[in-house]
Design a protein around this ligand. Structure first.
Ligand code: AHR
Length: 658
């Protein structure tokens, strides 16, 4: 796309060679003496949704799938094993109303005098196991009789044992037992088998295996490599839990945060809405166990220095699916959920929800400052419901900023309707979504240049350039898309007086378990990598600065002339001038840059270049750094730089003022 477009532009420029000379001779001018709008700390953040196995099987480090037998098919992910003429049987028991959140458990009876009986779990497309790593096994057991032991075994796909441990259950009451297994081999597709030794019977439930090296070594923790990639971005906020998952395909499967906090075994699993969404990518084993629940999301945000941004159901199920709504006179419980969430996050430990937060290990408040009302809703039903949320939340919590939205598309009738209504309602920050082709991103680098400065602020809440078409399984995280997003982001940054927040979406995808592409970070059971799009996001975020500066050529902002897009900022904390320049043309360009500054510039600056001559280039597990930032030397003569911009490149420059 970019190549063709710029080939035409280049031919046009070639035919009017005088124009080339004129362009070359006029420098880019950065005015560093006049810091303009403040850039919000939330300018660049992350959008987390449990799609593509992002939570269970992804960042949530649990290795056992269907640990409490609550999937629609209770033994999905499990297999009974019989060696020799083993005698053993398994019965799935359901306690129903006696245990409504975790009704099922497995009752096993065995006598291994003639062979061994066991149960194997295959994990999420296998279990990623690392040599010498300790794995924490736990299980709830009600020992029903007999002299029995549980022999635990990790094996590779060839059946070789790569870790083992033994556990002896005691009393005839439900009790949690734990034991560690140390792995002797690295294996991406391991499985766990519980061999039942002796003769007797047991009830078992909540069978779990976590690696020792979770993020900050937390029990019930997160995969450290994936969190590290997020932390490296230094995001300003974490939006959670989505996305459409907030809404549910129907109201019954909407995300209800209260069911995701407290003891892990008391969190009621539900189906993941992406389970059957796309016929071309079915994932019948995709559920939400909520081991990663709202407490863990708040903790994640805090750990990586980001503000939490929970998005709540506004009483409307996904309008692409059932479009169910809760009647207006039954909306109160939904609004109450929002009020209670503020108490859970910020309330003192003497409040009911603050007390629960403290009991989970966080007596200090989480410092929640904003809440999203609904995800990607549209139409008058949304405006009506948003207004009801707004009136109550502002009455009791005027300190909380409300995020609302204009629906799935950045233009068209639904967008125009929502934008007009939300403006009338003096909405604070409005979430816009752009899943468009790379050309759209280039053309929309000017989207907010003429935006009404008296209107609401913008949250560019979900965006990603689509190399083929929105929702096409053929979409790629290629350099062409990433570069067009970088061009677009210069426009967001230049307009930081109105654009307060932005995030790429979706965030994560498991190589074998994805439903939606493109995605920012891809992973398998053992490794992960950032796409070129990830590096674009990261470069913007870690080079954010505190204030916008003007950067002009021929007195105009750079929004595609000669294939160039640019933004500039100043960092008051470090005294640095930061330039971000995209060369979306397939030609190297030499640009003189003049820095207008009352201060001197240090003779050496820092230049980081993200580039590839091939717009189709991508990163992968095998080549995670195929398109990755490179540091280059940068010499400054006085206040002038002669910048060589690689073809198809994104360059970030930091200049120290003295
Ligand atoms: O990011 C994937 C989906 O795209 C989100 O769940 C939804 O908000 C949007 O339609």
């Amino acid at each position: 796309m970019i190549n063709k477009f710029f080939l035409n532009v280049s031919i046009a420029l070639f035919l009017t060679a005088g124009a080339i000379v004129a362009q070359k001779s006029s420098p880019i001018v950065v005015n560093a003496d006049k810091p303009l709008a403040a850039i919000q700390p939330t300018m660049y953040g992350i959008f987390f949704e449990d799609i593509n196995m992002a939570a269970d099987g992804g960042i949530y480090a649990e290795l056992v799938k269907n640990r409490s037998f609550e999937f629609f098919h209770p033994l999905m992910g499990w297999k009974e094993m019989k060696q020799d003429s083993a005698a053993g049987s398994l019965l799935v028991s359901n306690r129903g109303e006696n245990s409504p959140v975790n009704p099922r458990y497995a009752h096993v009876e065995f006598d291994n005098s003639k062979g061994t009986y066991g149960l194997t779990n295959f994990g999420f497309r296998g279990m990623g196991i690392k040599k010498d790593m300790k794995y924490h096994f736990s299980v709830m057991v009600n020992h029903k009789g007999g002299n029995v032991k549980l022999n635990l075994e990790l094996t590779d796909p060839q059946g070789n044992k790569i870790g083992q441990a033994t556990l002896v259950p005691g009393n005839e009451v439900w009790e949690k037992y734990t034991v560690d297994i140390t792995a002797t081999k690295t294996e991406p597709k391991a499985k766990l088998t519980i061999w039942f030794e002796g003769a007797g019977s047991l009830d078992i439930d909540m069978i779990s295996l976590f690696p020792d090296d979770t993020w900050k070594n937390r029990p019930n923790g997160l995969r450290a490599d994936l969190v590290q990639l997020l932390a490296d971005m230094k995001p300003g906020f974490v939006r959670f839990p989505g996305g459409c998952i907030v809404e549910g395909r129907e109201l019954a499967t909407r995300y209800q945060w209260k069911k995701t906090v407290g003891k892990v075994e008391d969190r009621q699993l539900i189906v993941n809405r992406w389970n059957t969404e796309f016929a071309h990518r079915p994932a019948p084993d995709y559920f939400q166990t909520f081991g990663l629940g709202f407490y863990e999301y708040f903790q994640l945000a805090e750990d990586i220095g980001a503000q939490p941004l929970p998005i709540l159901s506004c009483g409307m199920a996904c309008q692409f699916n059932t479009a169910e709504v809760v009647p207006m006179d039954m909306l109160d419980p939904y609004i109450q959920d929002a009020l209670d969430l503020i108490e859970f996050a910020n309330g003192s430990t003497s409040t009911a929800w603050g007390k629960l937060r403290a009991s989970m290990g966080h007596p200090e408040p989480f410092n929640l400052k904003m809440i999203g009302v609904g995800n990607e809703q549209w139409g008058p039903q949304y405006i009506e419901r948003y207004k009801a949320f707004h009136d109550t939340l502002k009455k009791y919590h005027p300190e909380i900023t409300l995020i609302t939205g204009t629906g799935p598309s950045p233009d068209g009738l639904l967008f125009d309707y929502a934008a007009t209504e939300l403006k009338k309602l003096n909405a604070e920050i409005v979430d816009e979504h752009y899943y468009k082709n790379p050309q759209w991103f280039l053309e929309n680098a000017t989207r907010y240049d003429n935006y009404d400065r008296n209107s609401y602020k913008i949250f560019a809440g979900e965006y990603a350039a689509q190399s083929v078409a929105t929702v096409s399984p053929l979409n790629k995280n290629n350099w062409n898309c990433a570069l067009s997003e970088a061009a677009f982001m210069t426009g967001l940054e230049r307009n930081a007086d109105v654009v307060y927040m932005s995030s790429y979406a979706p965030l994560f995808a498991h190589n074998e378990g994805w439903q939606w592409t493109p995605d920012l970070i891809w992973f398998n059971n053992l490794s992960s990598f950032g796409t070129p799009n990830y590096y674009v996001q990261k470069l913007f975020s870690v080079n954010k600065g505190t204030n916008v500066l003007s950067i002009l050529k021929d007195n105009k902002t750079l929004t595609g002339q000669n294939g160039l897009y640019a933004s500039a900022t100043f960092d008051k904390a470090t005294g640095e001038i930061i330039l971000k320049i995209v060369n979306a043309s397939d030609k190297a360009i030499t640009e003189p840059i003049i820095i207008q500054s009352a201060r001197r510039l240090a003779p050496a600056g820092k230049m980081t270049v993200l580039a590839s001559k091939n717009p189709e280039e991508m990163n992968s597990i095998e080549k995670p750094q195929n398109v990755a930032p490179q540091e280059k030397p940068l010499n400054i003569k006085g206040k002038k730089l002669d910048l060589n911009l690689d073809p198809l490149s994104f360059t970030v420059i930091r200049l120290k003022t003295m």
